[in-house]
Design a binder for this molecule. Structure first.
Ligand code: NAP
Length: 487
């Protein structure tokens, strides 16, 4: 069992109090590297969610000033940075990612609170310069109402930071549903909100437990104005359907299928370096990581050779071990999906290029946890294969070749997803054509970097809608009102 000063209770937090589930039910949180039970966390449902919504509605009866909200945001950022090591430790134990990645994620999370604090003045009311119809027109940004924030397990602190920072900046109280695989990091965040930020009761409420029951309570309660969800496209579609009954606003950050395009004129070492970071972060379990590597035919063999050297040097291991480059996949289902993508591609003609599986493919995982999948590179990939069409969410690097710019564009856009994409070329005119022509929200040129707090990020097409980060993200939880005044 985990022991931490930041986990006072393995429960929820409603109206300023730690609490257990009404019926006392719990669910286990498992270390994916070892299978050890880290904690038994309260399994809450609809009733506790309703209590949390009432608490949030009461809190919002008095909207705090922008100055007060700025102070909360700054204090949360400081508390996260001050407690980086302990939050990072908890995060790594329940997720399995390497220690240095866990700490970097805490800094990334703090960045969203810092950014919102520094830019909250954009939410002040303004008067239009123009005077249409002889009136003075005021534009007001009002808190939309209570918000429901539902987050996945792959960035246990990063994903909630994006949502909570914008919600507090807007003046909205929240009900937070953590992922059931990683609720302990969220509990640690709430310990900081209580002890170091002294966030008043009701402004942030934590309800771990049964996803369907919690989501239904949020979707059917009239006080809940916005549901912001990050997770799979499958669940996102369900939320769109269910939100129709009350015309509830939903913001959806969903799955991806990122192309990573390398032209013959690219700085090949840079493209390989950046791919290593982009692809293997979180063991490849990120929505923005390269899912299909498209390499110009004339350099494909050399690119694979240089990549192989790097991939074969990666060390798998437990998260808190300093030597670890890659941790386990989160559970058996995650492991089996990567294994399926590999075996399906091999059966359809792909070749094994690199990986600890040179003479044998990884076996099925017998147990539920401890799925250390060897980082693997395959070539000869095409659009008939599952790894082309679906998000792999693991350390498999599928390489396909292309002939020219037109071929690269067609192959890259051959997906219903539209989240992140990457292009490596020294030709700036070509890069510009790809920035315009790729059907993805994030189009990175000569870098494998993903989102940053300062820039808007989100999906197009079946990767969802809504934006997090940047000035645009600040407006996610406000109602924009206009008031013409006849003076
Ligand atoms: P998931 O299964 O959709 O779960 C995400 C969250 O939704 C969890 O809190 C989960 O609760 C909850 N949930 C499950 N079923 C639900 C339902 N019927 N109604 C409402 N909520 C429900 O996704 P995941 O496996 O955790 O996360 C991986 C996915 O997230 C990938 O597709 C990845 O690409 C995507 N993602 C996208 C972004 C982005 O910015 N676009 C960022 C990160 C991840 P439980 O944990 O209790 O099941």
């Amino acid at each position: 069992m985990i022991s931490s000063p930041l986990i006072p209770v393995a429960g929820g937090y409603i109206d300023g109090h730690w609490c257990a589930a009404d019926g006392g039910q719990t669910f286990p949180v498992i270390n994916p590297a070892t299978g050890d039970v880290l904690a038994q966390v309260a399994r809450m449902g609809g009733d506790e969610t309703l209590l949390a919504i009432s608490a949030a509605s009461r809190a919002m009866a008095n909207t705090p000033t922008i100055e007060k909200r700025r102070e909360w945001l700054e204090n949360i950022a400081s508390a996260l940075v001050k407690n980086r090591d302990e939050i990072g430790r908890i995060l790594c134990l329940e997720h399995g990612k390497p220690w240095r990645e866990g700490k970097a994620e805490v800094d990334y999370a703090a960045g969203f609170f810092t950014y919102c604090a520094a830019n909250i003045d954009h939410l002040k009311s303004r008067v239009l310069e123009e005077r249409p119809r002889g009136c003075e027109w005021r534009v007001l940004y009002r808190p939309a109402g209570v918000v429901g924030l539902i987050v996945p397990w792959n960035f246990p602190i990063g994903m909630i930071a994006k949502k909570l920072s914008a919600a507090l900046a807007a003046g909205c109280a929240s009900i937070i549903k953590p992922a059931s695989k990683t609720p302990l990091t969220m509990i640690a965040l709430f310990a900081l909100l209580e002890r170091e930020v002294q966030l008043p009761a009701g402004w942030a409420n934590l309800v771990p437990g049964s996803a369907g029951a919690i989501a239904d309570a949020l979707l059917t309660h009239p006080d809940v104005a916005v549901i912001s969800f990050t997770g799979s496209t499958e669940v996102g579609k369900e939320l769109i359907v269910k939100s129709a009954a009350q015309v509830k606003r939903v913001a959806l950050e969903l799955g991806g299928n990122a192309p990573y395009i390398v032209f013959a004129d690219a700085d090949m070492d840079k493209a390989v370096d950046q791919l290593m970071v982009n692809k293997f972060r979180g063991s490849g379990q990120t929505c923005v990581c390269a899912n299909r590597i498209l390499v110009e035919r004339s350099i494909a063999a050399e690119f694979s050779k240089r990549l192989t050297i790097r991939v074969n040097a990666l060390r798998l291991g437990n998260s808190l071990d300093d030597e670890t480059d890659i941790g386990p996949l989160v559970d058996r289902a995650g492991y089996e999906k990567v294994r399926h993508h590999l075996t399906d591609a091999m059966a359809k003609g792909a070749q094994l290029v690199a990986g600890a599986v040179a003479d044998a493919l990884p076996p099925p995982l017998e147990k539920e946890w401890g799925g250390f999948f060897p980082p693997t590179v395959i070539s000869g990939v095409n659009r008939t294969m599952a790894c082309w069409n679906e998000e792999t969410f693991g350390p498999l690097v599928p390489i396909a070749e292309f002939d020219d710019e037109n071929d690269a564009m067609l192959k890259a856009n051959d997906t219903e997803y539209g989240l992140a994409s990457y292009i490596f070329t020294q030709n700036s005119a070509r890069a510009q054509r790809f920035v315009e022509g790729l059907h993805f929200q994030h189009v990175a040129w000569n870098t494998g970097t993903g989102p940053a707090p300062e820039a808007p990020f989100g999906g197009m097409r079946q990767s969802g809608y809504g934006r997090e980060g940047g000035i645009e993200g600040l407006f996610e939880f406000v109602d924009v009102k206009t008031s013409p005044v006849g003076i």
